[in-house]
Design a protein. Structure first.
Length: 282
């Protein structure tokens, strides 16, 4: 059980919520049924909570493929990870694989080990994709960086056994979520470059308005939800009928040092401390 307790994100993810965990954790409902995270990314809150039953999803195919490789084929994935080499030339050659026509025929384990390798060796852990969805992260020249964390992959494997993982847009969970379930939402932020770091689409204001309607539907169904989002005035105004708190977070995942700074974020919930849902949402 000790290995399970130490589980943490197996990839460094732009906008990951490890530094906001204390604030998020104290707002998680005391009781809930199934845990959902439809913008899972690195999954910091999921690994921290280790829920008994969970559903994780994301639109990033490479990410979800890696989650499933860890869940179902961990020993084989480790063997694939051991095949990778350090060095800039090898990194660039491996990064360019998704530009080749043969990439679609590459097996899932090879893709997953490539995903982990690039995340570990890219500059400052800044995983990025271009408009075609191809990885374009720069090489990070750092000494003594492990190409993967064997112990953590074992821990992640154990926790994932009680979790469903799928590649799907966030709206998909409406087909299964039920009263008393809990949804954590960490959507891509409004119209900023970092929104395109891990997905090729930009999250504009219409995206966030759709997300608001989605959360209203969850509220109508009696589903608990907690969301972290940017503190842009246009975003904050969308959530004024719910409970909104503002917090400062320091982000170190950035391509340039001046991009690493304190950022104000909001934490939004549709329930009170006693577990009562605050409004109908419509």
């Amino acid at each position: 059980m000790e290995a399970t307790k130490s589980a943490k994100p197996f990839v460094k993810w732009a906008g990951g919520k490890r530094k906001l965990l204390d604030e998020l954790t104290k707002r998680v409902p005391k009781k809930y049924n199934t845990y959902y995270e439809p913008f899972v990314g690195g999954g910091a809150l999921y690994w921290h909570l280790k829920p008994e039953k969970a559903v994780l999803s994301d639109v990033n195919k490479e990410l979800i493929n890696t989650y499933n490789a860890i869940k179902y084929n961990k020993p084989s994935l480790i063997r694939e990870c051991n095949k990778h080499q350090d060095g800039k030339e090898y990194f660039l050659k491996t990064r360019e694989l998704d530009r080749q026509e043969t990439y679609d025929k590459m097996d899932c384990l090879s893709k997953a080990s490539r995903f982990i390798f690039i995340n570990k060796r890219c500059f400052n852990g800044l995983y990025k994709v271009n408009k075609k969805g191809q990885i374009n992260s720069a090489y990070g020249k750092r000494d003594g960086v492990a190409l993967y964390d064997n112990d953590n992959l074992k821990s992640c494997h154990r926790i994932l056994q009680k979790t469903e993982v799928c590649c799907a847009p966030y709206q998909w969970i409406l087909s299964t979520v039920q009263r008393g379930d809990f949804v954590y939402l960490d959507p891509p932020y409004l119209n900023i470059t970092s929104s395109s770091i891990y997905v090729k689409e930009i999250a504009n204001l219409d995206f966030h308005k759709d997300l608001q309607r989605f959360c209203d539907e969850l509220t109508e169904r009696g589903v608990y939800w907690l969301m972290s989002n940017s503190s842009d005035s246009e975003i904050v105004s969308l959530w004024d009928k719910y409970i909104v708190n503002t917090k400062k977070v320091y982000y170190s995942v950035s391509g340039i040092s001046r991009g690493r700074k304190d950022v104000k974020e909001i934490i939004v919930t549709n329930y009170n401390d006693d577990g009562s849902i605050v409004c109908s949402g419509k």
